[in-house]
Design a binder for this molecule. Sequence first.
Ligand code: 5GP
Ligand code: MN
Ligand code: MN
Length: 484
Amino acid sequence: MVPPLRKIDRLIWEIPKTYKPCMKVPARIFADESLIEKMKTDSTLEQAANVACLPGVYKYSIALPDAHQGYGFPVGGVAAVDSNQGTISPGGIGYDINCGVRVLRTDLTENEVRPRLRELVNTIFELAPAGVGETGKLHLPVSELNKVLDEGVDWAIRNGYGWTDDKEYIEQNGSWDFADSSKVSQRAKERGKDEIGTIGSGNHFIEIQVVDKIFNPDVAKVFGIEKEGQVLVMIHSGSRGLGHQVATDYIKVAESKMRQWGLYLPDRELAALPLTAREAQDYLHAMAAAANYAWTNRHLLMHWVRESFKRVFGRDPDKLGMRIIYDVAHNIAKFEEHVVDDEGHRAKVWVHRKGATRAFPAGREEIPKVYRGIGQPVLIPGSMGTGSYILVGFEKSMQLTFGTAPHGAGRQMSRSAAVRSLPPSKVKAALESRGIIIRSAESEIISEEAPEAYKNVDVVAEVSDALGLAKKVVRMRPIGVVKG
Ligand code: 5GP
Ligand code: MN
Ligand code: MN
């Protein structure tokens, strides 16, 4: 059954609070007609209504334009909960804690890269291991892994990976001092110590992209993007088995204690911890540690991307201008202050962003100094065959979505449906005929990740722009992809 939907504006829909007795607020869906129709085909809308049942939730639960069915929360789901009265739901952050996207600029153009493209893709494939459960080049003793968990990219830079000023271009400088490695289980650490510096499974990737269209040249210039044809590199990865285990551990804790806490929620997958309970604080410290791990992971992958360019083009990465444009988390909860009602009252909240990107407008102190005057960069990957976007956070996001924008095009086809209907050889041939080279650890991934499996990223970016959540700056197209 599809929940009742009321259209309250051209791109805003509401599931009324009366739909379920447990709903404390309505659910709001940000989408055009085509996207809302897609959401009706799985349990996205039902899940958005369920999220509105979380204790302490403010205003409304949110599904963004790219939303699709997830674990408990939709992927593309947002909920802000009171930092005292609320609960934190690990499923509302997701199993891949601080999965996120990083984009690098280069001085190179498509014409310069094309002749060496296959070699470049192969070199990246060789240096940055891909695939589920794949182990990397680093095998850290737990004592060293604890430093990664507590320090984030500071650890990487201290150990010779990346440049000192890289930090200025990463959300939270890639290091969250709230992290506490002692709240991460031994099992999680066992999984994490050999997987650091690896891409992960199929939806994760390293992609060589070309600037296809510049919508806002002034802002693009601040990002170091000057012209169409310029080559960028996008990295999408997260906290690997470590983050997965942290989520698993604390979901188990929540499930076992919820009754004791008098917490009843409409879906077992929403298992939540009251923010005043020690267990919730333990989870948040462990989540922050997993976030540090993920930033470090992307930092190592970036290091090997720079090394690959150095090998192939015979020039130092700094001479190639390979600086970070930005690095965003899209599976995380953040402690923030927001206006939480129509009267303008403010409150300290934990914002769950699950498959969702923070999109603060210019001026917010959370934005790195270099971008504070223009707004936070928002990175929206599309698919390995279509396009990807860089946008910049805009004012309406604060009022509509607790400062949030979409994180991708969003799936529209299940993995199994994609495998049934899109043979890998066909997908690969179609991409190659358009000049896109792909390497993947497993051929089935190529079917699961076919461009057809994802929604139209141009529509998602356009809806975000039209709503004023984030404004389009640049569109990129892929030319070379290393898939997890
Ligand atoms: P998620 O974190 O939800 O797995 O993925 C985020 C988004 O990345 C997806 O919604 C999809 O639009 C995008 N995406 C997945 N694979 C690729 C890829 O190979 N290249 C690009 N550019 N985007 C991708
Ligand atoms: Mn992920
Ligand atoms: Mn992701």
